[in-house]
Design a protein around this ligand. Structure first.
Ligand code: SF4
Ligand code: SF4
Ligand code: SF4
Length: 389
C-alpha cells in the first residue's frame, strides 16, 4: 500500500511531481495520471469465472515512501560560499542555465561525470522533457530547466541500468534536490545503486513550475507567440514577469500572475526557493547584471565549481551578491512553512478522529498555531488557566 503517499502527499496536493517514487518502485506499479501525481495501478487476476484485485504492493519495502521528499521537512544545508559567477569560453553568459551547463561540461570533460539528467525543452514543440546527456556536445546543446514541469526522475533507471552511467549530475528544481537528499539519507541497501550513481545535484532557484499546457494557452493563444519562435523562458529576478526570449532576439513578457492558474498545485505549498538541499544552487536572484548567484552547499559542489574555474569555463565576478535579496526570499519561505504547519495540523486532526493520542497532539498543535504571538517588548498577560486559544 502507498497509504502515506496517498493521504499525506497526493490527496493534499503536496506532490512536487519529481517522479522519484515512480523510479524507485520495485514493481513498477506507479504511473503518471495526467500531469498531477503518480497513481498506483491496480492489477487483476482471473480466478475461474471471477476477477480478483491483487495487492500490487505486497512484500514490498515501500521504496516509494523511502524516497518521497514530501514526507519530511528539510532544514537548509548551510551555504559554504555564495558568489556571483558567469560562464566563459564557448558559453559566454551570466544566465543561470548557461552557468550550470558550463559547470557540467567542465565536469564531464575532466572525467568527474559520465553525464547528466537535466530538465530541458524540446525545441520543436516546446514540450518540457527530462534529458540524458553523456557528451559535452549534448550538454551544451540543452537549454536547461524552463519553469515547465516534467518528471525528471523518469530518466533515472535508463541512465543507471541501461546506459550504465556511474557518475551522474541531476539538474532540476529544488524539490529534485530534496528527493536526492532523501534518497541519500536512506539506509536501505537496495537503494544503493541510486545513491552511488548520483554524484551531484544542482538546483535552479524556483518559485514554481507550470503545467506544459501553459505554452499553448498563454504564450501561443494570449501572447500570439508561435511555438517555434521561442528560444527560452525565464522568470525575471523580481519574480514578477515571465519572459520568452525569441530566436529573433526580441523578448516578450507577461505578468506571472496571468500564468498562475497553470502552476502545479504542489508548488503552492513548497518552502524551498533557493535549492536548500542541493550541492549547488544557481539563480539570478541577488546577482549583479550579466551574472548568476552560485550557492555552494557541499564539498562535492565546491569541487565541481573549482574544476570549472580551473578549466576556464567559469569565472567569479568582482561584484558581490545581494544577500538581503536572498534573505527576503527566505522570509517568504517562513510564511510557507507556517502554511505547511497548518497542513500538518489537518493530517493530525484526521488521525485524531481514530487515535486518542493524536487527538491531544492535534490540540497542542492547534493551540501553538492559533495563539497570537506577543509583540516584542509587550509582557504577555495571559490569565492563569487560559490556554491562549
Ligand atoms: S509499496 Fe512498493 S510496490 Fe507499492 S508503490 Fe511503493 S514501491 Fe511500489
Ligand atoms: S513528490 Fe515525488 S516522490 Fe513524492 S509522491 Fe510526488 S512524485 Fe512521488
Ligand atoms: S516550487 Fe519549484 S521546488 Fe517547489 S515544488 Fe514547485 S517545482 Fe519543486
Amino acid at each position: 500500500m502507498v497509504k502515506r503517499l496517498e493521504t499525506e502527499v497526493w490527496e493534499l496536493d503536496n506532490c512536487s511531481g519529481c517522479g522519484m517514487c515512480v523510479a524507485a518502485c520495485s514493481k513498477q506499479v506507479l504511473a503518471w495520471q495526467d500531469d498531477g501525481h503518480p497513481v498506483l495501478q491496480t492489477r487483476t487476476k482471473n480466478l475461474g469465472l471471477s476477477k480478483t484485485t491483487l495487492d500490487s504492493c505486497s512484500f514490498c519495502q515501500k521504496f516509494c515512501e523511502e524516497v518521497c521528499p514530501r514526507l519530511d521537512h528539510w532544514m537548509p544545508i548551510e551555504a559554504q560560499t555564495i558568489q556571483a559567477v558567469h560562464a566563459r569560453g564557448p558559453i559566454f553568459s551570466g544566465a543561470p542555465n548557461d552557468v550550470i551547463r558550463a559547470v557540467i561540461s567542465a565536469g564531464r570533460s575532466a572525467g568527474l561525470l559520465d553525464g547528466m539528467i537535466m530538465l530541458d525543452l524540446d525545441r520543436w514543440n516546446l514540450k518540457p522533457v527530462a534529458r540524458i546527456g553523456t557528451t559535452v556536445e549534448q550538454i551544451v546543446d540543452t537549454v536547461g530547466p524552463q519553469y515547465l514541469w516534467a518528471p525528471i526522475f523518469d530518466m533515472l533507471n535508463e541512465a543507471i541500468f541501461e546506459q550504465k552511467m556511474e557518475n551522474i549530475a541531476v539538474i532540476g528544481t529544488p524539490c529534485t534536490a530534496q528527493a536526492i537528499r532523501k534518497l541519500r539519507s536512506s539506509t536501505n541497501p537496495l537503494l544503493k545503486p541510486y545513491q552511488d550513481a548520483i554524484r551531484l545535484s544542482v538546483a535552479v532557484f524556483c518559485t514554481g513550475v507550470y503545467k506544459p499546457e501553459m505554452i499553448e494557452e498563454v504564450l501561443v493563444n494570449r501572447m500570439n507567440v508561435p511555438r517555434d519562435q521561442v528560444r527560452r523562458l525565464e522568470i525575471s529576478p523580481d519574480r514578477q514577469w515571465l519572459r520568452a526570449t525569441l530566436w529573433a532576439g526580441s523578448v516578450r513578457t507577461i505578468q506571472r500572475q496571468q500564468a498562475e492558474s497553470y502552476s502545479r498545485p504542489g508548488c503552492g505549498k513548497c518552502d524551498d526557493f533557493l535549492g536548500e538541499s542541493a550541492d549547488l544552487a544557481v539563480g539570478s536572484l541577488g546577482a549583479p547584471a550579466d551574472a548568476s548567484t552560485m550557492i555552494v552547499r557541499s564539498q562535492t559542489g565546491d569541487i565541481f565549481v573549482r574544476n570549472a574555474i580551473q578549466m576556464g569555463l567559469l569565472e567569479a565576478t568582482p561584484d558581490a551578491v545581494d544577500l538581503q535579496a536572498l534573505e527576503a526570499a527566505a522570509s517568504e519561505k517562513d510564511r510557507r512553512e507556517r502554511a505547511q504547519a497548518f497542513k500538518d495540523l489537518e493530517i493530525l486532526m484526521l488521525d485524531g478522529l481514530v487515535d486518542p493520542k493524536k487527538r491531544s497532539e492535534a490540540i497542542q498543535q492547534f493551540i501553538r498555531l492559533y495563539r497570537t504571538p506577543a509583540r516584542p517588548g509587550v509582557v504577555e498577560n495571559v490569565p492563569r488557566g487560559c490556554t491562549g486559544c
